[in-house]
Design a protein around this ligand. Structure first.
Ligand code: XMP
Length: 326
């Protein structure tokens, strides 16, 4: 019988058998899959697991805290956080091309993760221990897709931040390989992973870096983060999270338009709301959000984020548009 409890019991036994006394590492991205995979491994082998979170500064409001504080408190996972915000900002300075952004973010991520990895291996070695395993939150559809050969046309280089460097010598621990997303969520809930993480919508590895059309600067990130937080809060309040696959909020940093805000003329930036409904992100339709919810989001964003004077709605399906703007 399929129950989250049975899956956990089976996987805990399987992980123990696979790993033995060796140590295990895991890159925690903040997404559902890596969080649930890490929680399962922690349940199986406790402090033999060390997680690394690379804080690239491209997460949305509150997300780093949810990992650093809430996830750790709920699961007891041992976590190392690398604050690399400055490093990523420096590497991204002046870059506007989407694929170049992805490559830079992917490259820097791997460098930081490998660095953390070396530290962990060295520390373990000093205690005569061995780090042999790496946890991956691979799901069943990923297994099918990569085996099937067909997959998605490579329209964007989906650097899964959290993805594997090529030259690693670790054995993989993949406790979610037989599960679908909704099953992963059920297992996560049963393990006590915080609801904000378990119910999180898909978020690209390069994060807000590919939701700024233009240069990724600390200032642009701050603007987008505040606008995004308003949109997410209102969508949740309206009970629409179940209907929406994801709702990117995109900052058009390269565009300005004239507005009147308060007592003066402004020349601010637009943000785009991109609510989509989808089964698998391969195709998507734009979600018909209620007008009153759109109105509230628009009013709040333009009131609360001074740099934004216009909120626009993307009413394009995929194809021809993609879900993200970059
Ligand atoms: P698109 O924009 O191609 O997105 O319609 C399809 C799904 O993939 C996510 N996405 C990414 N995920 N790294 C990721 O890990 C990426 O570079 C990336 N680009 C897009 C997107 O959020 C959507 O769920």
């Amino acid at each position: 019988e399929w129950t989250p409890g049975n899956v956990i019991a089976d996987q805990v036994a399987a992980i123990k058998a696979q790993v033995g006394d060796a140590r295990v590492i895991c890159a925690l991205s903040g997404g559902v899959d890596s969080a649930v995979a890490a929680a399962l491994v922690q349940k199986a082998v406790g402090d033999q697991l060390t997680c690394v979170h690379v804080d690239h500064g491209l997460m949305r409001e509150g997300e780093v805290e949810q990992i650093e504080r809430d996830f750790v408190a709920a699961t007891g996972v041992r976590l190392i956080v690398r604050d690399e915000k400055e490093r990523f900002l420096t590497a991204l300075a002046g870059v506007t091309d989407p694929e170049t952004k992805r490559k830079i973010i992917g490259r820097e991520f791997i460098r930081v993760f490998e660095d953390a990895q070396r530290d962990i291996v060295a520390e373990a070695g000093a205690h005569g221990e061995e780090v042999r395993f790496l946890v991956q939150g691979t799901l069943y559809p990923d297994v099918v897709e990569s085996g099937g050969g067909e997959g998605a046309a490579n329209i964007k280089s989906h650097h899964n931040v959290g993805g594997l460097p090529d030259d690693l010598t670790f054995e993989l621990v993949e406790p979610l390989r037989t599960l679908f997303k909704d099953e992963v969520r059920a297992v996560g809930r049963e393990l006590g992973v915080p609801e904000e993480i378990v119910s999180r919508q898909p978020f690209p590895g390069p994060g807000l870096g590919i939701r700024i059309i233009g240069e990724v600067t600390a200032h642009n990130l701050d603007i987008l983060r505040r606008a995004d937080a308003v949109a997410r809060e209102e969508l949740t309040k309206a009970g629409l999270d179940g209907e929406i696959w994801q709702c990117p909020v995109v900052l058009l940093a390269d565009v300005r338009s004239v507005g009147v805000q308060g007592d003066g003329r402004t020349y601010g930036h637009p943000v785009v709301l991109r609510p989509v409904s989808s089964e698998d992100a391969m195709t998507a339709d734009w979600t018909r959000l209620p007008y009153d919810v759109l109105a509230t989001i628009s009013t709040r964003i333009t009131n609360e984020v001074r740099e934004i004077n216009r909120v626009v709605l993307d009413v394009t399906s995929k194809p021809p548009a993609t879900i993200e703007w970059e």
